[in-house]
Design a binder for this molecule. Sequence first.
Ligand SMILES: Cc1ncc(COP(=O)(O)O)c(C=O)c1O
Length: 379
Amino acid sequence: MNNIIYLDTAASALKPESVIKAEMDFLHESYANAGRGICARASNVDNLVANARARVARFINAKPEQVVFTAGTTDGMNRIAHIINDKVCGTGLKNKIVMVSDLDHHSARLPFELLYDSDSCNIVLCPMDAQYNLMCSNMQYADVFVITAMSNVMGIPQDVAGLVAAARKKNPDVITVVDAAQYVVHSEIDVQKWDCDFMCFSAHKIGADTGLGIMYIKNPERWISPDKFGGGMIAKITGSAIEHNVAFQWEPAPAKFEAGTLPVTQIIGLPAAIDYLVANRPDLNLIKYLYDRFVKNPRIRVITPRDSTLLTFYVPDMHILDFGALVGARGVCLRVGNMCASWIHRVLKLDGTARISVGSMNTMGDVVRAADIIESVVK
Ligand SMILES: Cc1ncc(COP(=O)(O)O)c(C=O)c1O
């Protein structure tokens, strides 16, 4: 297994030692639940969770109460669709216009596409230019705007602040939702500059553990009803359906959006992952090297531009799964298929592509070896 060249960070990042150590120390020495106990051990966990939340808040330029722990980007985007589609708040999406784009991952767009059936919202597309970037010009009216800050196929940062501002010009009340699952790996996020209403990313893509994500909410108290109910989010219950009087008070945010036990171990590894990422962003010269080499190879068609954060390509006359299996058998771990981004593949008129993405731990030696193997397989 150690001869594997791991070039699939866009799917999930390898874990720095500091993250593994933070989690192991916690599991060995100080494990307890969060938000449940008052003994010293439980209070210590509460402090660790609060510190992690504060670290995330600094990382994205938010306030701690705007940071909600979720299970990942997919969980966050599904939850946002339900939080927005809230008839109690008067924000139900019936007859509303939801703008999505062909850059979207299935996780970002499907939760809204599926509301089309259940709540009959109208889905419209944000236009893209010839380089597959979302266009701020010709912005149409939308009630909700789902923005993919960086596509996992094209790897180019989008002008999120410009897109949010353009959508607000058309409708000052538009609700903007940003999928930052890939963007967060390569660029600093400033939610105040973006001025978005919601933003999500997954911890596992930045070197922390699986089962954890972040959902930023600009105005958490605006969304009166949370989308999940259970322990830890109720301040007081004063009635019940048995008495024909369902009466309770939520805790203030973020607890209101965090029903049930949190993924405490993963949360405790998260600050170490953020510290490591900020000090060691992936070296994109590795992608440029591959680009310069593969554009000269007549057997390979590169789709992404040279300044992309990843390299997406295909091999004419070779099924992409055959290609993936052949290079995989030789130790190159990359992603092949539709990348859970079917819409951009439909635009590209391709069933699937291959994607190389690098992480903080990859070296030039890795990509040189991988390129040698790939070129030997396609020749
Ligand atoms: C752009 C984008 N959005 C959303 C997701 C979903 O992330 P997760 O599977 O961690 O929920 C991914 C994962 O590949 C992604 O690349």
